[in-house]
Design a protein around this ligand. Structure first.
Ligand code: RTP
Ligand code: MG
Length: 139
């Protein structure tokens, strides 16, 4: 079923000029980039976005990494887009990520792991609405 997911190309990747290389992997996997914008997250935006991890020991470091440099926020569309993008991203820890995945190819560490992808259709909808209006998504 065609669905949408939300993606962030994180600061460790934008800093190394990897936006195009990551987009090539995304498009190569059959996902269509139907919305895309480069933004500098505010601390408030990053805190809200990763609110579910507020009690985790890495939360402070995660928030500061996410606001250090611009990010690229994206809406991806395709068959089973949520699960497919999680597969394309690879495991959170790049040491555990499969060959050919974005995190295996580009991530620096478990924290600076180059991309975010929604973990459910419900969260995809919530996350897309935090960054995009309907007019900015062209399928
Ligand atoms: P994401 O939400 O960014 O797509 O990543 P994920 O589902 O694979 O991983 P999650 O457990 O949701 O963690 C969110 C992000 O927090 C950072 N993290 N650091 N230092 C650590 O042990 C640690 N664990 C997680 C990563 O940037 C991870 O993507
Ligand atoms: Mg997650």
């Amino acid at each position: 079923m065609t669905e949408r997911t939300f993606s962030i190309i994180k600061p460790d990747a934008t800093r190394r000029n990897l936006t195009g290389a990551i987009n090539a992997v995304i498009e190569g996997a059959g996902l269509r980039i139907v919305g895309q914008r480069r933004v500098k997250l505010t601390e408030a935006q990053a805190k809200k976005f990763y609110e579910v991890h507020a009690e985790r020991p890495f939360y402070g470091e995660l928030v500061s990494q996410m606001i250090a440099e611009p990010v690229v926020v994206q809406v991806l569309e395709g068959d089973n887009a949520v699960a497919k993008y999680r597969e394309v991203m690879g495991a959170t820890n790049p040491n555990d990520a499969a060959e050919g995945t974005i995190r295996k190819l580009f991530a620096l560490s478990i924290g600076e792991n180059s991309v975010h992808g929604s973990d459910s259709q419900e969260n995809a909808k919530i996350e897309i609405e935090q960054f995009f209006t309907d007019a900015d998504i062209v399928g």
